[in-house]
Design a protein around this ligand. Structure first.
Ligand code: SF4
Length: 356
């Protein structure tokens, strides 16, 4: 019997491959943006979020919708690295490593920077970073902080820190106010002070003291601490670390750059490290409370019924002191080049989910 030829049926296009739906990336438009889900009473507020609102309502709108510019990596910035290494040091790492184990300050810093790097790596926060730039940031940070520790030895011997990097939340005007405190310490006579670290590239010394006498962040932290710890806080030690401005020379390697930076830090430490002791009176504190109430009441008005036009732009804030990350969005009206992050308060590790 002749074998029956098996003729394979040709699949029609529709049977062979399910027609792939080509997903087109839809770019969000700034004009369609509203306050989708943020609630002052439910989510609470941080100092950063209040400062965005005071600076520019449109910036606040972007932030409450969790937008951030693509490629923005806070983790690898000099400020962030310095801040986190200082937290390790003030939490006791300096005494454990340098005093007890008798390691050098440089070794202690390298160990802490490695630790920080591993933590960030595990959290996927170093993905896609510029490795060369990162090596420079680490080298600059360790050089600057070695000089810092030598300049302020009393911080690690005499100062009695009762809080370091503490996250706190307390209700003021029916709003959870969330803060992350750099430090709180006790001085002789049982008086309490807060410490706030700032890294800056530009410092306006002649006006700084006046501005700090009514600094919104200092007074927010102080008010929250007085409420939570039920004790009087006398003031804030404003601790400034200047970001080195000396540039890398053509063909200069990292080792030579570090040596040049070390020499500059030795020559003029008071240029890099500055501290302002700001005492706050009861009058300063009560004035602040009135201002806080006013700011919270304005923010509370920005409910879901408001359009993006209500969150109007402030062109006077776009370039000062640095270009705003949302300049492209405001100029084009589109959110291409921006992503949504997961957390409303990325700077906090424990208070994102606290709801009333
Ligand atoms: S670019 Fe200017 S207007 Fe736009 S969010 Fe930033 S500060 Fe506001």
């Amino acid at each position: 019997m002749a074998k029956k030829k098996i003729v394979k049926k040709k699949k029609t296009l529709s049977k062979r491959v399910p027609v792939k739906k080509i997903k087109r990336k839809v770019t969000a438009l700034v004009k369609d943006m509203t306050n989708e889900s943020y609630s002052l009473q439910k989510n609470g507020i941080t100092q950063s979020l209040m400062s965005y609102y005071m600076k520019c309502k449109r910036l606040f709108l972007f932030k409450i919708n969790k937008w951030e510019s693509e490629g923005y990596n806070h983790t690898t910035s000099f400020g962030s690295l310095v801040h986190d290494i200082l937290a390790f040091l003030y939490k006791g790492a300096y005494n454990e490593i340098v005093v007890l184990k008798k390691e050098s300050i440089a070794d202690c810093l390298n160990y802490l920077i490695d630790l920080y790097e591993h933590e960030q790596e595990d959290a996927g926060k170093l993905d896609g970073i510029d490795l060369q730039e990162w090596e420079w940031e680490k080298a600059v940070t360790s050089t600057v902080l070695e000089a810092y520790i030598k300049y302020y030895p009393e911080d690690f011997k005499d100062k009695k820190f009762t809080e370091v990097e503490t996250e706190l939340v307390c209700d003021l005007f029916d709003t959870p106010i969330k803060i992350k405190l750099d430090g709180k310490y006790e001085i002789k006579g049982g008086k309490n002070w807060l410490m706030e670290h700032k890294t800056k590239s530009r410092i306006t010394e002649n006006t700084m003291m006046k501005r700090l006498s009514f600094d919104f962040q200092n007074l927010t932290y102080l008010t929250v601490c007085e409420k939570i710890f039920k004790q009087k806080i006398d003031g804030v030690l404003y601790n400034i670390i200047r970001k080195p401005g000396i540039r890398k020379r053509v063909n200069e390697n990292l080792v030579d750059y570090k040596i040049r930076l070390e020499e500059d830090l030795k020559k003029r430490p008071d240029f890099y490290f500055m501290r302002y002791e700001i005492p706050y009176t009861d009058k300063d504190k009560s004035n602040y409370i009135c201002e806080l109430q006013s700011v919270l009441s304005d923010i509370g008005e920005m409910g879901p019924e408001k359009s993006s036009d209500d969150f109007y732009k402030n062109p006077y804030a776009c370039e000062s002191p640095f270009p705003c990350n949302f300049l492209d969005a405001c100029a084009s009206g589109k959110m291409s080049g921006y992503n949504k992050r997961k957390l409303l308060f990325p700077e906090l590790s424990t208070l994102n989910e606290v709801e009333k």
